[in-house]
Design a protein around this ligand. Sequence first.
Ligand code: FAD
Ligand code: NAD
Length: 499
Amino acid sequence: MAATEATRASEAPDATYDVLVLGAGPTGENVADRAHADGLSVAIVESELVGGECSYWACMPSKALLRPVTARSEARRVPGLADAAAGPLDASAVLARRDDVVGHWKDDGQVRWLDAAGIDLVRGHARLAGPRRVSVGGRTLAARHAVAVCTGSRPVLPPVPGLAAAKPWTSRNATSAKAVPGRLVVVGGGVVGVEMATAWRALGASVTLLVRGDGLLPRMEPFAGRLVAESLAEAGVFLRTGVEVSEVRREAPGGPVTVVLDSEVSGGSGGSGGSGDEIVADELLIATGRAPRTDDLGLETVGLEPGSWLRVDDSCLVTDVPGGWLYGVGDVNHRALLTHQGKYQARIAGAAIAARARQVPILDSGPWGAHAATADTAAVPQVVFSDPEAASVGLTAAAAERAGHRIRVVDQDLGAVAGAFLYADGYRGRARMIVDLDREILLGATFVGPGVGELLHSATVAVAGEVPVERLWHAVPAYPTISEVWLRLLEAYRSQGPS
Ligand SMILES: Cc1cc2nc3c(=O)[nH]c(=O)nc-3n(C[C@H](O)[C@H](O)[C@H](O)COP(=O)(O)OP(=O)(O)OC[C@H]3O[C@@H](n4cnc5c(N)ncnc54)[C@H](O)[C@@H]3O)c2cc1C
Ligand SMILES: NC(=O)c1ccc[n+]([C@@H]2O[C@H](COP(=O)([O-])OP(=O)(O)OC[C@H]3O[C@@H](n4cnc5c(N)ncnc54)[C@H](O)[C@@H]3O)[C@@H](O)[C@H]2O)c1
């Protein structure tokens, strides 16, 4: 323990609350709200903006950039409207709406919400200062019952020579840029890479997407990445797979950036640098994953490794710290790096904190209990807001097999249902459900196609509810909606006979 932190831990605190929440992103806000609603006094500490990454540099601005892209693309496939949507996007109007959506990077509205909810906001960088203690801005706060670390994650830069010095874009720059770059290279074929390549290409940039694996969106069913890659290529994105970046050079600040490639295989479909080993661009976006924001958090004062993801149980209680007072909720625990899962964990952790504060003897911590974030392992939904959208929940076929389930995979052409036919001419898409043959319930589902993001929750209810296939047969989708694909999937499953 550092000397100053040791001193602070033994001093009388400046203020004491029932619960201290570190980080006011979507997760921290919801832990605070739940705990306060259960009658506990709560202070929340925030070093930047109340609302966190999601509100200002992630979900909200990225979706504001993407909504005009998918709206235009769908309009272009509806005769009578297609001509009106034929032109380019008005990039300055799109960026201006993005600025409005993020409240011009001011958090007044969210601060008003905290005030109204009766939660105290402390501005500043929080650090743990021993058990149940937090230091912030020279003050020491104490927690009677719990400290919830909700400090989220930040982008990772891989250790490529010259990369850091070249000051590449991270997700923060890609979601907040004020102008469209002429040439953009994107590294990483995960969700950020795919969404940002989609948005900036549609806004007018020449985009090259560099992927070291053999396809996009590797955590989803393989057909999701294939359909999205086809569509990106049609939109003019140069996709190169099987490549690693070996060096980056930017001679002058703000000048062009040179990306040097190590091509392991010849795969991919072209590239703005042709088949050569160097690509020159105006900006370089690195979208290669996240690291926890725990490096300067005083973790060492409670026996944890600074910079590590927090290991937690299903109630989000940190397992490596004794005493039952430290929680890790949201991105920081690495269970599922999504806003809705962080908020879900917050509702579970908030309830667990309140129950433990009331000294409830036994928590409801079995699978699907009130104090167990079971969905984190069984039913995580995700929508990639690309064009077409890719939406999935639960296990892929490969993950189900790895987990030892006896499964049947049922695929359907999404474009063949009447709702899709009406939705857009030439609708292309695919649906898959994974059935557990022993329990006859769904383990997972994936939909790819325009508008499927709104279809996903039906599958989430089926997976999280463990609804028997026999009962799903009675869940009648309205005609003529895209949801009728459920009928096709269930008919195909039944037609294959008993397991
Ligand atoms: C480009 C992009 C797009 C995304 N789009 C989506 C999407 O569409 N849907 C979705 O579900 N997820 C999306 N995500 C993921 C989503 O942003 C995260 O899962 C979510 O923000 C996690 O919430 P959190 O509250 O755990 O952390 P954060 O949102 O990161 O909030 C953490 C907060 O803690 C504060 N903080 C950190 N350290 C300290 C400290 N020491 N003291 C005080 N405060 C501190 C930070 O300033 C921040 O405000 C996206 C991510 C990216 C990068
Ligand atoms: N719509 C959404 O739900 C949404 C949108 C954006 C981000 N997110 C979340 O934010 C998190 C971060 O997204 P992300 O795309 O940064 O991470 P990711 O983990 O989804 O994808 C990163 C990709 O980069 C690749 N990669 C890693 N190191 C590399 C290297 N050195 N060179 C080339 N490629 C490399 C990985 O193989 C992976 O495919 C994700 O967990 C995601 O769930 C969600």
